[in-house]
Design a protein around this ligand. Structure first.
Ligand code: PMT
Length: 325
């Protein structure tokens, strides 16, 4: 009998693909530093909080991964994601009492900064007569709130921000985070909103220097990125509550694809979203329900992440009570 991974690929093939991905990936430059920061963050949140339990910790992934085409990278392939979903969700999780490891693409939306202008340093400040710099009156309230809430979250060990650019960095860091969260058991959650590359150029077959256009049309062979969701669920963090996302542009196939992902990767929940309506509505797919979650359009300044995170926290609480359900 053929033993499969549950995703239609024989288990040994998937294991070999994952092994080959990690073995050939360029090692993280600051691995020891990340390891130290993670250990410190988890240890502090393992200490009993107000209710006598360890704090719940969620890893929120956000933004798109890149696939470099050259080792000394001049060009890359990118995956679309502004990081808005991840940044907004992080704020709501912290409000709900969670500590968040925010694994994000550099220079995408950041928690507490969503309502600020694109370049806050240049746009929120003005030079006064005495050549002093002061906050513009119109931005004062938003800026004060952003700085206060961000500083409080970091000072209370509720927010650890870890940036990535490439698919190599993202997957190595996701693995490190998952393993470091094992001690949290069912209190741990993964909220995988990042847009992750499906294809990559293996480091071993990547050009060292900038590819020359004078050489004519470019032929590159992209290899499939092994889906790490099954290994995350089965090996790296078997007790954690796992939520993945499904993005499509064709609504006709969205729910079917989300359902497939739920079953294939044994996720606890898949959040289905369509590109153009993703800020208004998402559908939460579980083994026995499809729940539409909408932004409250009657209120200004609301987001769909508010009701979404409320629902997720409720479901995570039920899971902590009874992980076998
Ligand atoms: O950032 P915004 O602009 O606010 O937009 C938010 C979003 C649309 C990016 C977000 O809501 C979303 O849908 N993110 C997932 C997009 C995506 O990559 O979908 P997918 O069908 O390619 O992947 C599905 C899941 O598999 C994802 O949870 C991904 O983390 C995971 N995956 C994907 C590829 C891969 N090789 N390994 C993976 O584990």
């Amino acid at each position: 009998m053929d033993v499969t991974s549950g995703i239609g690929v024989p288990q040994e093939t998937l294991d070999a693909e994952i092994k080959s991905f990690f073995e050939s990936a360029p090692p993280l430059k600051n691995r020891d530093h990340i390891c130290e920061k993670l250990k410190e963050f988890i240890d502090r949140n393992l200490l009993p909080s107000g209710n006598g339990n360890a704090r719940r910790v969620v890893c929120v992934t956000s933004g798109g991964t890149t696939v470099p085409l050259e080792r000394r990278c001049v060009r890359h392939i990118d995956n679309f994601s502004s990081g808005h979903r991840g940044a907004a969700s992080t704020e709501h999780f912290i409000k709900a009492g969670y500590a968040v490891i925010f694994l994000h693409r550099r220079r995408t939306y950041q928690p507490y900064c969503r309502s600020l202008p694109e370049d806050p340093l240049l746009e929120c400040f003005e030079v006064t007569d005495e050549s002093n710099i002061q906050v513009r009156q119109s931005d004062s309230e938003a800026l004060t709130r952003a700085i206060t809430e961000h500083h409080a979250a970091v000072a209370e060990n509720l927010l650890l921000k870890l940036p990535f650019n490439t698919i190599f960095e993202y997957l190595q860091m996701l693995q490190m985070i998952a393993i470091s969260m094992t001690s949290l058991g069912a209190q741990a959650m993964f909220y995988l909103a990042a847009a992750v590359s499906d294809f990559y150029v293996p480091w071993t077959s990547m050009a060292e220097h900038k590819i020359q256009s004078a050489s004519g049309p470019l032929d590159i062979r992209l290899v499939q990125v092994p889906k790490m969701l099954s290994v995350l669920r089965k090996v790296w963090a078997p007790m954690a509550y796992c939520i993945s996302f499904k993005l499509e542009t064709d609504t006709k196939i969205l729910l079917e694809k989300a359902d497939m992902a739920l079953k294939k990767y044994k996720m606890h929940m898949v959040v289905a979203n369509e590109l153009s309506t993703r800020k208004e509505e998402v559908v939460v797919v579980t083994s026995n329900e499809k729940i539409s979650v909408c932004r409250d359009k009657t209120q200004v300044g609301t987001d769909v992440e508010n009701p979404l995170i409320r629902l997720i926290v409720e479901r995570h609480s039920a899971y902590i009570e009874n992980p076998d359900l």
